[in-house]
Design a protein around this ligand. Structure first.
Ligand code: SF4
Ligand code: SF4
Length: 134
């Protein structure tokens, strides 16, 4: 008997970089900053001054003149230590609060499936958060 076709995962990054463009908001925590600073070999204070800017009470990564995140160069140049926000995408808590957030996010992220039921969305996000998300 032929086996059933494998279902596509809820999310598979296409590495298009669309989420790495435009100001707004790649928030970085102190832990993110320390990790990235060590990775690129600068001290934390220097890192903040050169690569971050304030957004309200928090810090975000700066944008290069290209409009992309300062660490984007046809791919994420800090991939192993990228900020928690980038690592978690799109399995984030706001989706648990309102699964419609998944659909809004999917409108601008070609890696996200937009045909999932609400139940499937919640299950995927819960499972990702349970398996190492924070
Ligand atoms: S927009 Fe989506 S598919 Fe494109 S790089 Fe970002 S996460 Fe990956
Ligand atoms: S840190 Fe990497 S994944 Fe995150 S916005 Fe910048 S280039 Fe994109």
């Amino acid at each position: 008997m032929p086996s059933a076709p494998l279902e596509a995962p809820p999310f598979e990054c296409r590495c298009c970089g669309d989420c790495c463009r435009g100001f707004g908001g790649t928030y970085v925590s102190e832990a993110d900053m320390a990790r990235i600073a060590a990775f690129i070999g600068v001290d934390a204070a220097d890192f903040r001054q050169r690569f971050c800017q304030p957004s309200g009470r928090r810090w975000v990564l700066t944008q290069a003149a290209s409009g992309y995140c300062v660490f984007w160069d046809r791919l994420c140049t800090i991939h192993p230590v990228k900020p928690r926000m980038c690592r978690q995408w799109p399995f984030i808590r706001p989706v648990l609060r309102d699964p419609q957030n998944w659909r809004s996010m999917a409108a601008s992220c070609p890696g996200m499936r937009s045909d999932l039921s609400e139940e499937a969305i919640l299950s995927a996000v819960r499972s990702a958060l349970d398996n190492g998300g924070d």
